[in-house]
Design a protein around this ligand. Structure first.
Ligand code: NAP
Ligand code: FE
Length: 365
């Protein structure tokens, strides 16, 4: 067997009422917390309240920034960091989907390095963050166990991953926060998790541990297929989707994401596709392009799907028909992908401009 490396430093705690059970783990991180969350869902699903109660019980002071939007912009991160900077918190808590947790990673770096600017999040110098606690309330990005963060850069007119690496210290995973997630968010985020599992599994950097994690993730996802089709989610299904998503995060933390993520960014930026949909509609053509018969069979068998056509139909049934994207547009998006060297390098062999264009065409026309 070839040698490999595997690094997963996040302390993952999973279960109903996990913050009440194991919340005392955060006590070592200091006396002042800065909470980063979205505009509303964490207030409704109980996650923000559970964290606030924990902080109050332990006399930890806190302030809340609750203005993180979907696909968060660098301007928002800068604004939050400015507010946090006035308070000098000891640690930061990201509550919500990938958008607030990713934002907390960027803000945590800017707090720890007051002289740094948002541009430095994309620089060559590695910067540390103050300790980060993550509470994921979507089952999609796996951001609670990855070192990555993705932001919208309006100057570059795209979404862009930062070049820093910030693993959360602790991730509290509680499926009860997911119970009332609307069907559209559930489905879109689940397809993002599936993309992570697939891209990590087929990626050049896959190894025996990331593959074992991906294979377990596919099995769990397969057990949720009927629920996803029906749009009905029991507590048990929520548990499985959350686990599949965290496994997807564990996989990509090691392997990185690959072509669908690189290609999906423009579809989100210019056409407003949700992150899950942007990846999801590319997956069938991507799997065909990868020509990895053995691994594709494992994926299809775990999902109880006969072949890639059935896979494509399943994704289309979940995501709906794609909106119109013109040929000129995909030529422009292909150029953007070709400049994303880091993502191209995760593919097992050299990818040409024509390859990318073909995947877009097969997926969108
Ligand atoms: P999100 O943008 O964080 O949230 C999407 C929507 O879901 C928001 O309206 C949010 O409402 C709502 N929501 C969140 N939790 C909910 C719940 N429990 N019940 C009801 N509604 C809920 O979505 P996401 O898909 O999790 O994150 C996407 C972002 O993560 C993208 O920017 C993507 O590029 C990035 N990403 C990061 C990684 C990584 O490794 N770091 C990997 C893949 C993707 P509120 O705004 O009110 O909270
Ligand atoms: Fe993703």
């Amino acid at each position: 067997m070839e040698g490999f490396k595997f690094y997963m430093p996040t302390n993952v705690l999973y279960g109903k009422d996990i913050i009440k059970e194991k919340g005392s783990l955060i006590l070592g991180y200091g006396k002042k917390a800065f909470i980063v969350t979205g505009k509303g869902s964490s207030k409704r699903n109980g996650s923000l309240n559970d964290i606030v109660e924990l902080l109050k019980e332990n006399n930890i002071s806190y302030s809340i920034f609750d203005e993180i939007e979907e696909n968060p912009s660098l301007e928002t991160v800068e604004r939050a960091a400015l507010k946090a900077g006035e308070e000098s918190p000891d640690f930061i808590i990201g509550i919500g989907g990938g958008s607030p947790i990713d934002s907390a990673k960027g803000i945590g770096i800017l707090i720890k390095n007051p002289e740094a600017s948002v541009e430095d999040l994309f620089g060559n110098v590695q910067l540390e963050s103050i300790p980060l606690i993550a509470v994921p309330t979507t089952a999609g990005t796996g951001s609670e166990v990855t070192p990555f963060a993705v932001f919208t850069d309006h100057k570059l007119k795209t979404k862009i991953s930062f070049t820093q690496r910030v693993f959360p210290e602790v991730a509290f995973l509680d499926p009860k926060y997911h119970e009332f997630m609307p069907c559209s968010v559930t489905v879109n985020t689940a397809v993002d998790a599936l993309s992570h599992l697939i891209e990590g599994y087929l990626c050049k950097n896959a190894n025996v541990i990331s593959d074992a994690s991906a294979e377990k993730g596919f099995k769990l996802f397969g057990e949720c297929i009927n629920a996803l089709r029906a749009g009905e989610f029991s507590y048990e299904i929520r548990e499985k989707l959350l686990l599949a998503s965290t496994l997807g995060g564990i996989v990509i933390a090691e392997t990185g994401t690959s072509l669908p993520h690189a290609m999906g960014y423009s579809l989100t930026y210019f056409h407003g596709f949700s992150h899950g949909k942007a990846n999801g509609i590319l997956l069938k053509a991507y799997l065909e392009f990868c020509e990895n018969a053995k691994k594709t069979k494992v994926i299809l068998d775990s999902l109880c799907l006969k072949d890639l056509n059935e896979f494509g139909e399943f994704i289309e049934a979940l995501m709906g028909k794609e909106e119109f994207v013109s040929e000129e547009e995909i030529i422009q998006y292909t150029k953007a992908v070709m400049s994303n060297k880091a993502k191209l390098e995760t593919h097992p062999y050299k990818v040409s401009e024509e390859d990318i264009l073909n995947i877009y065409k097969k997926s969108l026309f």
